[in-house]
Design a binder for this molecule. Structure first.
Ligand SMILES: Nc1ncnc2c1ncn2[C@@H]1O[C@H](COP(=O)(O)OP(=O)(O)OP(=O)(O)O)[C@@H](O)[C@H]1O
Length: 259
């Protein structure tokens, strides 16, 4: 679990995160949502140690990263997997080479062990047989799966995903969401997903943290979100007609099911 306690972050005297507290639970998909400019990226960058808040605590299973020295931080980074928005694959490396990369960089495993582990991860994301292809030869959804395989290669305890569905069609987005959710449960990972995608919010949001103008305004799950009376959250999630209809349908079913 990652716990954030009362963090405040400012730039040039302007406060971006106001006394934010939140917990990101182990074995669950933890989603950070909020309008553009609400501070999601600043929060994620603070969580991974790229930005330093002026105040507060960031505890990785009890270990405060704001009190760590460089070596401790380096050790912690080995426990963190990252999935970047544009997949960030190395174009000149094959699919297999991309997944082998972190294992070669950060472990003392033999070449054979590294190859086996990389192939296992590729199989886990249903990419068996694509090893020898280059990123330019596969679709955006497949590239994202390679990036997921690479992110889980070191068996991370914590997985950060930045807009995992950006640039993907709706069907592929759902497959990526399901994969991230399955991996989270299977390997008991604390997964943190920064997203704008309402399908993800309603489909895999087990612990949703809603930021509004740098304040943590609401926390709940994909079922509770339908019932929220928070105006800003309602406007954000149910902004379009389709999602309003989905909410009306869900709420009417819940009412009729009640004894
Ligand atoms: N390094 C920085 N220096 C100064 N201001 C910054 C810096 N990084 C972010 N900000 C400001 O912090 C605010 C929140 O930005 P942030 O990128 O966290 O928003 P976001 O919620 O991730 O938005 P989006 O959904 O568009 O990515 C913005 O007003 C941004 O200009």
């Amino acid at each position: 679990m990652i716990e954030v306690r009362n963090i405040t972050k400012s730039f040039d005297g302007k406060t971006i995160l106001h006394d934010v507290s939140a917990s990101f639970q182990t074995g669950k998909t933890n989603l950070i949502i909020g309008q553009s400019g609400s501070g999601k990226t600043v929060l994620v960058k603070s969580l991974v140690g790229l930005l330093r808040p002026e105040k507060g605590e960031i505890l990785y299973d009890g270990r405060d990263i704001l009190k760590m020295d460089q070596n401790q931080m380096k050790e912690l980074r080995k426990e963190i997997g990252m999935l970047f928005q544009g997949s960030a694959l190395f174009d000149s490396e094959t699919v297999l080479g991309n997944v082998m990369f972190p294992l070669t960089m950060f472990t003392n495993m033999t070449y054979g062990e590294i190859k086996d582990r990389a192939q296992f991860c590729l199989e886990r994301v249903n990419l068996k047989g694509a090893d020898k292809k280059y990123p330019s030869e596969i679709s955006g959804g497949m590239q994202k799966r390679v990036a997921i395989a690479r992110a889980i290669a070191l068996n991370p305890k914590y997985l950060f995903c930045d807009e995992p569905n950006s640039g993907l069609d709706p069907r592929t987005s759902i497959l990526i969401d399901e994969l991230l959710s399955d991996i989270t449960h299977e390997y008991n990972i604390t997964t943190i997903i920064n997203t704008h995608d309402m399908n993800s919010v309603l489909g895999i949001g087990e612990n949703i943290i809603f930021l509004n103008k740098g304040h943590r305004e609401w926390v709940g799950d994909m079922h509770e979100i339908y019932q929220t009376s928070n105006e800003a959250l309602n406007e954000f999630v149910f902004a379009n007609d389709l999602f309003q209809k989905v909410r009306a349908y869900v709420l009417s079913n819940e009412t009729t099911r009640k004894p």
